[in-house]
Ligand binder design. Structure first.
Ligand SMILES: *Cc1c(COP(=O)(O)O)cnc(C)c1O
Length: 348
């Protein structure tokens, strides 16, 4: 059975978090002489002289309605990458513990594991990009702390079978991370609704993709209150800056605008998909639940260079395991996609 005490690092269990001025007095009224801020103002505007809310309470209150989850089960960070990093620091003992990834997948899991000196166990996807659940579970030992499931997966674009992910959640006694960076582009239901069933589930989402806020650096993690409490204890005190907090609050009133952009991108995705399927040089267009397409194409690496010469930059994935001859192409605007197709047709 999963219990957080069984997998938390000893040093983290006993840690005394930095207590900021804004943690010790949380009222909004008063004369604030507690944080060594500039009382007069800011050189760039009035609003930025005070430290921001360390727990981003207003955003969490709004987000909890949108996502149907308790605010105490939400963590906000400097991109969802912060959630990945905190998971390693909270649960993985350097030089002892390990995590499991299923390549080809998002590169940050490996980078964070390497930084933290945590062993990576790789169980490749099947040839058609599905989870080998039995093999993943076989790779688990007593020091396996987390399994990273990216669904929809980057760079393959597909979502994994829901029952496969649930089997991992049921049979593995560590944390199952479900990275849903691309969930807004998918028809699959988010795993956030499964938090009530699985205390070992951690769902990652981001404002960087569908919401169009990559430059502001804000990401979400949803998990049990216990896990979120641990993240809050070890994060940097003011990890989401005030400008980002204000803009995120505004964004949460503009869900329709996000949905309209998503619909536009999805319609462009099918335009591109159809066009690629007509091309003789394209050997395969993989089904996508995301805002990109993975295509297998003749002379992929040469085509990548040709596109760069024409100032179109895509992602060359042709050297990645199970992605021979593959390019990952983000869906652009209608005009950008037209230009892309025209230039690919000139290549041979
Ligand atoms: C883009 C992406 C992220 C998002 O990272 P942020 O730090 O929130 O910008 C996370 N996971 C995957 C799989 C991604 O492709």
């Amino acid at each position: 059975m999963f219990t957080i005490d069984k997998i938390l690092r000893e040093n983290i269990k006993n840690i005394k978090p930095y207590s900021s001025a804004r943690d010790e007095y949380t009222g909004t009224e008063g004369i604030f002489l507690d944080a060594n801020e500039n009382p007069i103002g800011s050189v760039v505007g009035e609003k930025y002289n005070r430290y921001p809310d360390p727990l981003q309470r207003k955003i969490k209150d709004k987000l909890s309605v949108l996502k149907s989850v308790n605010p105490a089960q939400i963590f906000l960070g400097n991109g969802s990458d912060e959630g990945i990093d905190l998971l390693f620091r909270a649960f993985c003992r350097p030089g002892i513990d390990n995590i499991i990834i299923m390549p080809p997948t998002y590169g940050m899991y490996q980078v964070c594991a390497d930084i933290n000196d945590v062993e990576i166990r790789s169980v490749n996807l099947t040839d058609d990009y599905h989870l080998k659940v039995d093999e993943i579970l076989k790779a688990v030992d007593e020091n396996t702390k987390a399994i990273f499931v990216c669904s929809p997966n980057n760079p393959t674009g597909n979502s994994f079978v829901r029952a496969d992910i649930k089997r991992l959640l049921t049979e593995f006694e560590g944390i199952v991370v479900v990275d849903e960076a691309y969930i807004d582009f998918s028809n699959e239901e988010s795993f956030v609704s499964e938090l009530v069933n699985f205390p070992n589930l951690l769902v990652l989402q981001t404002f960087s993709k569908a919401w169009g806020m990559a430059a502001l650096r804000i990401g979400m993690a949803f998990a049990s209150e216990e896990i979120i409490k641990v993240f809050n204890r070890i994060k940097y005190p003011y990890n989401v800056n005030e400008a980002t907090q204000q803009l995120t609050l505004e964004a949460l009133d503009l869900v329709d605008k996000k949905n309209t952009m998503v619909a536009n991108i999805l319609s462009e995705r099918s335009v591109l998909q159809n066009a690629f399927e007509q091309m003789k040089t394209v050997k395969k267009v993989y089904p996508s639940d995301a805002n990109f397409l993975l295509i297998k194409i003749e002379k992929a690496h040469q085509l990548y260079n040709f596109l760069v010469e024409n100032l179109i930059i895509v992602r060359d994935r042709s050297k990645v395991v199970l992605c021979d001859d593959c390019l990952r192409i983000t869906i652009g605007t209608k005009d950008e996609n037209k230009e892309l197709l025209a230039i690919i047709k000139n290549f041979n």
